[in-house]
Design a protein around this ligand. Structure first.
Ligand SMILES: [Mg+2]
Length: 195
């Protein structure tokens, strides 16, 4: 199993000028990233929303790599998005999934059938041309550069240690350093997109 912060630290060296949507890895990615104006941390939105958001960004910015760190809880909530992404097949879309086998942001409830699901196989079955699964950091480090060098869409399942939050959601210290609007404004400025 991998630590989310460790795999994101390694990914940082290979991101280039990709737009990064850190998803549920946002609390780790925000302090790690050195290109925040190319990041779209959207907090902890309704479960299932990351993949559709990532696809939309990828289709809107076809010349730029878009890297999403989805989660298994989100993917299960919106399984149909895998089919839609495979159909649209954005070559610039890199769909990573942090799999901690539980719903960590709501207290660690187990995800159904967590130990028996082959998410890479599901992605392949949905029509992704390439899909990988890693449980060990060394394997991930070895393969990541080649994964990012080839065109997408690609799906990469990453088995990570759960970091369960038990504080009531309203009492948690927010990890975001910018509001959603500031985040979007920064990206528009960076990519020279007129509002
Ligand atoms: Mg999870």
């Amino acid at each position: 199993m991998m630590h989310t912060a460790e795999l994101l630290e390694f990914f940082k060296k290979h991101r280039g000028d990709a737009v990064v949507i850190p998803g549920r890895g946002g609390r780790h990615w925000v302090p790690i990233s050195d290109k925040p104006s190319l990041d779209l941390p959207m907090g902890d939105p309704a479960m299932g929303g990351h993949a559709g958001f990532g696809l939309g960004v990828a289709l809107a910015q076809p010349k730029r790599k878009v890297v999403l760190f989805d989660s298994e809880g989100d993917v299960l909530m919106s399984l149909g998005m895998l089919v839609t992404i495979a159909e649209q097949a954005p070559k610039n879309f890199y769909h990573f999934m942090l799999d901690n086998a539980c719903y960590a942001t709501t207290g660690g409830q187990p995800v159904p059938n967590a130990e028996n699901v082959d998410y890479a196989a599901i992605a392949r079955g949905a029509g992704y041309g390439r899909a990988h699964a890693f449980t060990e950091i060394e394997d991930f480090k070895r393969e990541l550069p080649a994964i990012l060098d080839k065109p997408g869409p690609v799906f990469v399942a990453l088995r990570v240690y759960p970091e369960v939050q038990n504080e009531p959601i309203g009492k948690r210290r927010p990890w975001q350093t910018r509001t959603k609007q500031e985040t979007i404004d920064d990206m528009r400025r960076e990519l020279q997109i007129k509002a």
